[in-house]
Ligand binder design. Structure first.
Ligand code: ADP
Ligand code: MG
Length: 310
């Protein structure tokens, strides 16, 4: 450390004479170069940095010292969440900005969330992963099935993998569990789409007006992993049933794409629900066709437990 400082001062004097540097600049240089982090950096890189390049690097060193202080005071103007770091590059002093652990964590979470696409789902859906779910006896089997799906899926994402048709009463955590599965998949780099189907259906009716039905249906049907949430929660028009739901499911079946459902109804109850139109007409064959696709795509799994809504 000593050596660097003494030699630097000599070098500085000569530079000052040569360049006619002002007293202010000289004082600033002395101050910046005597910063302990700067000293440690110079000591560490003394092989790589010729003396003249140390003086030439003063602007970088000054920025380093200034930004280091700003970082400490949480008033960084250059890059919030990053701290400055001196580096030796091609025999010159350079400055780089390194993300803090917090920033890295934030960026990681942002990348995970960017793989989860949700339509009309609660804001805080998919914030925790399967491994963070508490294991209750009634849930254990379902969590295991979700893990099994993930394992098989990541081994071969292009093969067909049966999803789950998760049903049970209101408020027991069906949607939450699907969110956790999707989060786990997103951590591994896979994208999913979660759709609250009853709201999506309302959206579709409005989409007729601006001719965007096709695009919206495409966005949902093409995704690699699809969760249709709360299927059967309200009465469906035959148009929604046949031309929206039917089309999505037909496509997913033909293209063997992973599809999950949550519902308050068992498959049998859903079939009954779908067979009666909003107008009260019975259309059992239409309902059967939908259910064939649902059964092809997913395994019916019953979930029980206490209502967690309050
Ligand atoms: P469902 O889809 O079965 O109607 P939800 O998944 O919406 O139920 O869960 C109902 C409420 O309980 C939600 O507010 C959710 O955040 C909470 N919840 C569900 N499962 C859990 C869990 N395993 N741990 C903590 N909270 C949960
Ligand atoms: Mg739900």
């Amino acid at each position: 450390m000593e050596i660097v400082e003494i030699n630097l001062s000599e070098q500085m004097k000569r530079e000052i004479e040569r360049r006619g540097l002002s007293d202010e600049l000289l004082a600033l240089m002395k101050e910046d170069f005597s910063d302990p982090d700067v000293q440690a950096f110079l000591e560490e890189n003394k092989e790589e940095l010729p003396r003249k390049n140390i003086i030439r690097g003063h602007a970088k060193v000054h920025e380093f010292v200034t930004e280091k202080e700003n970082f400490k005071n949480n008033s960084s103007k250059i890059a919030k969440g990053y701290y400055p770091k001196l580096i030796a590059r091609n025999n010159h002093i350079d400055l780089t900005y390194v993300p803090t652990e917090e920033t890295k964590e934030y960026q990681k979470e942002k990348a995970i969330q960017s793989r989860i696409h949700s339509f009309h789902m609660p804001k805080d859906i998919a914030r925790i992963s399967l491994s963070d779910l508490e294991y209750t006896s009634e849930r254990e089997v379902i969590i295991e099935k979700a893990y099994e799906f993930i394992e098989n899926y990541i081994k071969n994402p292009h093969a067909f993998h049966e999803g789950m048709y998760l049903y049970g009463s209101f408020g027991i955590g069906k949607t939450y569990l699907m969110g956790a599965m999707v989060y786990e998949l997103a951590k591994l780099g896979y994208e999913s789409v979660l759709v609250h189907f009853p709201t999506f259906a309302v959206d579709m009716k409005q989409a007729i007006g601006d001719n965007s039905v096709g695009d919206k249906v495409d966005a949902v049907k093409n995704t690699e992993i699809l969760i249709l949430d709360d299927i059967g929660a309200d009465s469906m028009s035959s148009w929604i049933r046949d031309d929206i739901l039917g089309v999505i499911l037909q496509y997913r079946m033909q293209n063997e794409k992973a599809t999950f459902f949550t519902s308050n109804f068992s498959m049998k109850e859903l079939e009954r629900h779908l067979s009666i139109t909003q107008r009260g007409e019975e259309e059992p064959l239409k309902a059967k066709r939908i259910m064939e696709r649902v059964r092809f795509l997913s395994e019916e799994v019953y979930m029980e437990g206490p209502n967690r809504r309050y």
